[in-house]
Design a protein around this ligand. Structure first.
Ligand code: NAD
Length: 263
């Protein structure tokens, strides 16, 4: 599925995992891409080199720690310096996981969870929607999760912010529908990225298993398909949602979870 015209896309959390795959997919469709996320300079340099070599697009990195509202404001200003007409596509994807029972969950972790997943997404939508309204076209996608539809012990704050991202998508969709803008939430199942590998490491340690043993066990049982969702599958869904064909898909929470939430 191609993005039909030259568009400018901001993909948050695109220095690794799902976000990087989305950035690659949009760049291969001809979009100019803004990469952002927390990463060492050598990682950022190698991503920029790769995009320059492989895609005919303008690719920029703009940094910012999403726990800090002033850094998000600076990121917005920097992006509009590079692209004075603003962006066409906003993928709110930055995130992290912290697993802990609710009665022991550190309050600073709760605040960080809300800031990175939810407040950052709200601030970016708030800043960039006026540019999209002016263009009469826009695409906003919030990376929620299967955990935004259901939950599991230890992931209560994560589920809370992922469910809130669905509400944020629905309200934004209603407020922007008549301006040619769509806003949706995607709800992936388990994807093998750093975020999930860190959880597998902890489970392997707690169960005195090797990482590979636990990895095979986990992905062999996590979904009805007995397979992980792949970053390519998620980025393919995002590319569809960014196309003109998806103009009537708005305000939706779309599962891509290999059947997990159908159970
Ligand atoms: P990942 O760890 O590979 O990527 C996370 C990205 O978010 C990185 O680029 C990181 O730098 C960025 N980030 C984290 N904290 C940040 C901060 N304070 N400021 C700015 N950027 C920050 O993980 P991933 O699995 O690719 O996760 C991407 C999104 O997908 C997350 O929102 C996650 O909750 C969601 N998700 C993941 C899965 C999964 O199974 N991996 C499933 C459903 C949803």
């Amino acid at each position: 599925m191609a993005v039909e015209q030259k568009r400018v896309a901001l993909v948050t959390g695109s220095t690794s995992g799902i976000g990087l795959a989305i950035a690659r997919r949009l760049a291969s469709s001809g979009c100019d891409v803004i990469i952002t996320g927390l990463a060492d300079q050598d990682v950022i340099d190698s991503i920029l080199d790769e995009f320059k070599k492989n895609y005919k697009c303008r690719c920029s990195y703009v940094g910012g720690d999403f726990t800090k509202e002033d850094e998000i404001a600076n990121l917005c200003k920097e992006i509009t310096t590079i692209h004075p007409e603003g962006i066409d596509i906003l993928i709110n994807n930055a995130g992290f996981q912290y697993v802990c029972k609710i009665d022991e969950y550190p309050i600073d972790m709760w605040n960080k969870m809300v800031a990175v997943h939810l407040t950052a997404s709200f601030l970016l939508i708030r800043y960039f929607v006026p540019y999209m309204k002016k263009k009469g076209w826009g695409r906003i996608i919030n990376t929620s999760s299967q955990m935004g539809l259901i939950s599991t012990p230890g992931k209560t704050p994560y589920s809370a912010v992922k469910a809130a991202l669905i509400g944020l998508a629905k309200g934004t969709a209603l407020e922007t529908a008549e301006y040619g803008i769509t806003c949706n939430a995607i709800c992936p199942g388990y994807v093998e990225t750093d975020l999930v590998r860190k959880q597998i490491h902890v489970m392997a340690k707690n169960e005195s298993k090797t990482f590979d043993q636990k990895r095979n066990e986990f992905f062999g049982s996590c979904h009805p398909s007995k397979k992980p969702v792949t970053v390519e599958q998620v980025s393919g869904l995002v590319a569809y949602l960014c196309s003109d064909e998806a103009a009537s898909t708005t305000g939706s929470a779309i599962s891509i979870d290999a059947g997990y939430t159908a159970q």
